[in-house]
Every structure is written in structure tokens, then in C-alpha cells.
Design a protein. Structure first.
Length: 271
């Protein structure tokens, strides 16, 4: 794997909390190598896996599980053994785990939802978010149909990035780009954000950290802090809480661009 494909860390950074969601281990479009590299870059007190980490829908149709996917699991287990508290929040693609909710195995806890208190005192609902998706909740056949169309877009995405990497370009998500451009997708995202923010107001919480819609975001929805982890299929994004309680949105594409700039600077200094 070339340097254009992975943004390699220069040192392990200590942070308070990490959130990742929608990894979809067990699918061909899971960016497992990138995720493993990301996890190696940080030492966190706590990490939330915000649903759809394992894709149970896909595994029902046949086994696809390369070594890279095992490496992600091993990395998380290693972090747990070294003192990181791991909270696995179940999603709709790994809903088979919901029957084991509240199970605790060593330093790993399985929950359907929880509340995280930031260093600056904000109370954030941590939930996958499928509970606020009308199609997933009430029209499961439409959810499966939409999943098939989405997979086709991801296949195009995979081939596009294969050729981009060969010519030295960084990762770019075609499917995320289309999502921004298609009016119905934009409307769906907005409705989802409004629904989940309304739930936070009802519960008198400061905000929410969620996943599900594969659209990373940090913004205010009314008075609610809305934070979406994104995914490790399309955009390769995560949320990072620093020691002052501030939360940063990590994007692989940005990390690669910074790495390329630093390398160019070092080359210029040596010239």
C-alpha cells in the first residue's frame, strides 16, 4: 500500500474520546486498512463504536472477511486490554447484537444507546440513529432495496479510488459527493438531523453523537449540538474529543492532504 493510500501517523496522539461508526466489517467496501491506521494513531481513554461496525445484513448472504477486517477487531481488543474503555453502541446492520445489550466483557460494554459527558460538561446522547430513520423503522423492504442501489455506487467508488491511488491521488468519495448533490438525499439528511435533535430537546440533553446516514457533520441544529461520525465506507471520518472538551471532525482526505504538504515541504528544504 502506497503513501498516497494511507496517511501515516508521525506519533501516537493522546486524546480523551474517539467515536467511529458505520465500518461495515464483512463488506468489500469497508476501508479497514485506513481504519486500522487511524486507530494506531491515537491513545484514547474511551472509544465509542456507534453502530454498524459489523454488517450482519451482508454476512447473512455469504462470508467475506479478509485479514484486514480481523486486524480492526484485534486493534480494538488491544486498545481495550491497554486500558481504553470500549463502548459498542448497536446499529441496524448489527442489530443481531441488540439481544445482548448491557453485556460487559472486560473493558468492552454493549449498549443500544448511552450518554457521554464531555470534559466541558456537555451531556451528549450517543446512539446509532436508525431509530430516527422512517424507512429503516417502518419500511424495511425499502431499506434493503436502497441498500442494493447504494452498493452499486460503492462499487463505482471502489474502482475510482483504485485508479486514483495508482496515479498518486488521495482518497475521494464519489458516493458522498453524489449525496451532497441529490436533492432527495439532502432532504433526507435534514429530516434525520431535525428528528434526532428534537429527541435531545425532549431529554434535556446538550447534543447527540450518531452515525447511520454516512454523512459526517458537526453543527448546531437549533440549540442542539449535532455530531455525526460519518463512516469508514465512503468518507473515512471520525470524531475526536480533546482534553478541553472540544470535538474535532477527522477526515482521511484532509489527513492525506496535510501529509502530502508536509512531505513536499521536507523535500523543498532538502533541495
Amino acid at each position: 500500500m502506497t503513501s498516497a493510500e494511507l496517511a501515516k501517523p508521525t506519533r501516537k496522539q493522546r486524546v480523551r474520546t474517539l467515536w467511529i461508526s458505520d465500518v461495515h466489517l464483512g463488506t468489500r467496501d469497508c476501508q479497514a486498512e485506513h481504519l486500522s491506521q487511524f486507530l494506531k494513531s491515537y491513545h484514547a481513554d474511551k472509544i465509542y463504536l456507534v453502530g454498524d461496525i459489523i454488517d450482519g445484513w451482508k454476512l447473512r448472504g455469504g462470508m467475506y472477511w479478509p485479514q484486514a477486517h480481523t486486524n480492526v477487531i484485534r486493534r480494538l481488543l488491544t486498545m481495550s486490554k491497554r486500558g481504553t474503555e470500549v463502548i459498542y453502541v448497536t446499529g441496524n446492520h448489527d442489530e443481531f447484537l441488540r439481544r445482548y445489550s448491557k453485556l460487559i466483557l472486560g473493558n468492552i460494554q454493549l449498549v443500544d444507546e448511552t450518554v457521554h459527558v464531555t470534559a466541558d460538561g456537555r451531556h451528549l446522547l450517543v446512539i446509532h440513529g436508525d431509530q430516527f430513520d422512517v424507512i429503516t423503522r417502518y419500511h424495511r423492504w425499502l431499506a434493503f432495496l436502497g441498500d442494493s442501489a447504494y452498493e452499486f455506487t460503492l462499487t463505482l467508488n471502489r474502482w475510482l479510488n483504485h485508479w486514483r491511488a495508482r496515479y498518486g491521488y488521495g482518497y475521494w468519495s464519489l458516493s458522498a459527493y453524489l449525496k451532497h448533490k441529490v436533492k432527495t438525499a439532502v432532504s433526507f439528511i435534514s429530516d434525520f438531523e431535525e428528528a434526532i435533535a428534537h429527541e435531545c430537546v425532549k431529554r434535556e440533553l446538550h447534543g447527540v453523537v450518531c452515525g447511520h446516514i454516512h454523512h459526517a457533520e458537526i453543527r448546531k441544529v437549533g440549540e442542539v449540538d449535532y455530531l455525526n461520525c460519518g463512516d469508514w465506507v465512503e468518507s473515512c471520518t471520525a470524531l475526536i474529543e480533546h482534553w478541553d472538551g472540544s470535538i474535532e471532525l477527522y477526515r482521511l482526505a484532509d489527513a492525506q492532504a496535510r501529509e502530502a504538504q508536509m512531505k513536499a515541504g521536507r523535500v523543498a528544504e532538502l533541495a
